[in-house]
Design a protein around this ligand. Structure first.
Ligand code: PMV
Length: 325
């Protein structure tokens, strides 16, 4: 065993998943399609310790998700108690996918520290047990996540250099999201009258989204991604009790992005389980889009990002990608 540090970028879903077909194995009920945010990252360091310690953004925590994940991992591998130190350079637990980059970096760091010799596909499976979207953060660029039975496969559709898009993230709140994704997804499946329609619409949107990404068809992707976002939030609103992640600034940003597109700027919005708005645009207009969003009522700040690469081991030239079998 040796200490190891890995980092991973968060990803944002363009065709979203919300709902699981197997809660225990954390299998998404639908495929999803995402892009990686290169200028945001979570860095995680692993070392053996006398007793288990988890430190997130400088604070020692007891995190039930991480504990359950480690228990599962210990069912497969013989691991000593660990000191896990993880920090993100962006707001955590607010719908900015910190659990995706967190579990991707954690999986890669442990795999490296204990020479577990996991293939990329195996890393994706372990990361997914922690957070469904984490499997997508091990790859860079545009990534699809699909399941066959209880096995999921993440695959790269375009790498980070193949389509010159960028993302302006409008931060619209300081608070942590009200309901975590696991509890929210279960509630939607159990209470929303729209759940089956959402599954059907997402499967169709995924196929169309794949074609749009492969063809680098911005207009088609804008339409598909905005519809998937609104449909997911409609499902959330129709859940009992309602899952309302948006605030007034979220709506103001949707309005601003819609107006920019009417004015001929290639930009579209997407929003995950939180109030922040991600505006995806062509890279040459990201400064303009960021400036306009920063003037929107209720926006605290705007983070600009390019598209990111795969999760990586730090202090080493070897990338996170090992054999992809
Ligand atoms: O990764 P999870 O299981 O916490 O769920 C992520 C859910 C969304 O971010 C809202 C959508 C998605 O596909 O990433």
């Amino acid at each position: 065993m040796h200490a190891a540090t890995a980092y991973a970028h968060p990803n944002i879903a363009l065709v979203k998943y919300w709902g699981k077909s197997n809660d225990d194995l954390n299998v998404p009920a639908t495929p999803s399609l995402a892009l990686t945010l290169g200028d945001l990252r979570t860095t995680t360091r692993i070392e053996a310790a006398a007793s288990e310690v988890v430190v997130v953004d400088g604070h020692q925590v007891r995190d039930a998700k991480i504990e359950r994940w480690l228990e599962r991992l210990r069912g497969a591998f013989n691991l000593p108690p660990l000191r896990i130190e993880s920090s993100s350079d962006f707001p955590a637990n607010s719908g900015l996918a910190s659990s995706a980059s967190g579990f991707a970096a954690l999986t890669l760091a442990i795999s490296s520290a204990f020479d577990l010799d996991l293939s990329l596909q195996e890393q994706c499976e372990w990361a997914r047990f922690g957070s469904g979207s984490a499997a997508r953060s091990l790859h860079g660029g545009f990534v699809a996540l699909e399941s066959e039975g209880d096995v999921c496969r993440a695959s790269q559709i375009l790498d980070e250099n193949e389509w010159n898009l960028a993302i302006a993230v409008a931060i619209t709140s300081d608070s942590v999201k009200s309901t975590g994704s696991t509890a929210g997804m279960t509630a939607s499946r159990e209470t929303s009258p729209f759940y089956d329609g959402w599954l059907r619409a997402t499967i169709e949107a995924f196929d169309l989204g794949l074609v749009a990404v492969k063809n680098k068809d911005f207009d088609a992707l804008a339409k598909i991604a905005e519809a998937s976002c609104r449909q997911m939030h409609a499902l959330m609103l129709s859940t009992e009790p309602a899952l309302i992640y948006w605030n007034a600034a979220t709506l103001n940003c949707i309005d601003a992005v819609t107006r920019m597109r009417k004015d001929g700027i290639n930009v579209f919005y997407t929003i995950d389980a939180g109030s922040h708005v991600k505006a995806v645009c062509e890279a040459d207009v990201v400064t303009r889009v960021s400036e306009q969003l920063s003037r929107v009522d209720g926006v605290h700040s705007v983070i600009g990002s390019g598209i990111g690469g795969p999760a990586q081991i730090k202090d080493s030239s070897s990338p996170g990608k090992v054999s992809d079998d």
